[in-house]
Design a protein around this ligand. Structure first.
Ligand code: AMP
Length: 290
């Protein structure tokens, strides 16, 4: 059993954090939907390295799920999550009730225009407004902090950076690299839905991205060629259904035609009923990564 402090109400979270801040301690914040894995663990570890007091929130945000999505099936491993957060050195788990966090009487939505509409937003039209609204509310509860988000959800990271800047929130958003399995598959709570053979199929998603990245690093600048190579790799795996492949500017997420400097490769594909996303940094002749 972990000894980490767990609070459920907004007031008790605010109180606990304001006490430590009044003592002059810096605050790190890692928002999650639980079912924690080593990807979440890397964010918590980064927060613990850089901040005096670390809050991990666990909240399956109903506002970011579409009507036909997996809200009711979303995995939950609360006690294990608390144990992991505690082992990694976090100080507080904030696990709010849905009624308080996403009240059905709330009239307010936070929406980051343009960035929220493309890619994941095109396939999941209400998703990012749900994310932005709840992340803004979490930021208002935790207050001044460094907040850690994974590059795994690259569009989400761009949107959260933008909302924090646009609303002058006292939050420094820190992006952390994607944690992968040995086969390259990005860790995701949704991987728990996959069978052994589906996990193998799913690893083709990252393989396809690495194909695109290598092409760029060997000097290919034509985005049509790069997207074709990525698509061809996915199509070979017959049980993957491709949603989109994109080569984008890493800040605006706008599609580009010709690679110059650093770009981001984005992909979404479904394995059976499970939709997965991934992305990679790539630059002409440069091996950087995330
Ligand atoms: P979630 O619980 O899926 O909402 O994710 C909570 C945070 O963990 C988000 O900032 C994600 O981007 C991040 N995250 C999820 N998977 C990974 C991963 N494989 N590597 C790094 N960060 C991740």
């Amino acid at each position: 059993m972990s000894s980490i402090q767990v609070v459920h109400s907004i007031d008790s979270c605010r109180l606990a954090v304001s006490k430590v801040r009044a003592q002059g301690h810096s605050v790190g914040f890692v928002p999650t939907m639980g079912a924690l894995h080593d990807g979440h663990g890397s964010l918590i570890a980064a927060a613990v390295r850089e901040c005096d007091f670390v809050v991990v929130s666990i909240f399956v945000n109903p506002l970011q799920f579409g009507a036909s999505e997996d809200l009711s099936d979303y995995p939950s491993t609360f006690q294990q999550d608390c144990d992991l957060a505690s082992t990694l050195g976090a100080d507080l788990v904030f696990a709010p009730d849905t009624t308080e966090m996403a009240s059905s009487t709330s009239l307010t939505t936070v929406s980051v225009a343009e960035l929220s509409q493309r890619w994941e937003g095109a396939s999941r039209p209400t998703h990012f407004d749900g994310v932005s609204t709840i992340v803004t509310k979490l930021f208002s509860i935790v207050g001044e902090c460094k907040a850690y988000f994974g590059e795994k959800d690259f569009q989400q990271l761009a949107i959260v950076r933008r909302l924090a800047a646009d609303l002058s929130l006292p939050v420094t958003v820190v992006g952390c690299p994607t944690v992968r399995t040995e086969s390259g598959l990005a860790l995701s709570s949704r991987n728990s839905y996959l069978s052994e053979s589906q996990l193998q199929d799913a690893s083709v998603i990252s393989e396809a991205l690495y194909t695109g990245k290598e092409l760029i690093e060997s000097g290919e600048t034509d985005v049509v060629q790069i997207k074709q190579a990525i698509t061809a790799r996915v199509v070979q795996a017959e049980r993957l259904s491709l949603d989109y492949v994109a080569v984008v500017d890493p800040t605006s997420l706008e599609p580009i035609d010709e690679v110059e400097g650093e770009v981001r490769l984005l992909i979404a594909a479904a394995v059976g009923e499970t939709r997965l996303i991934d992305n990679l940094a790539a630059a002409l002749g440069v091996v950087s990564n995330g």
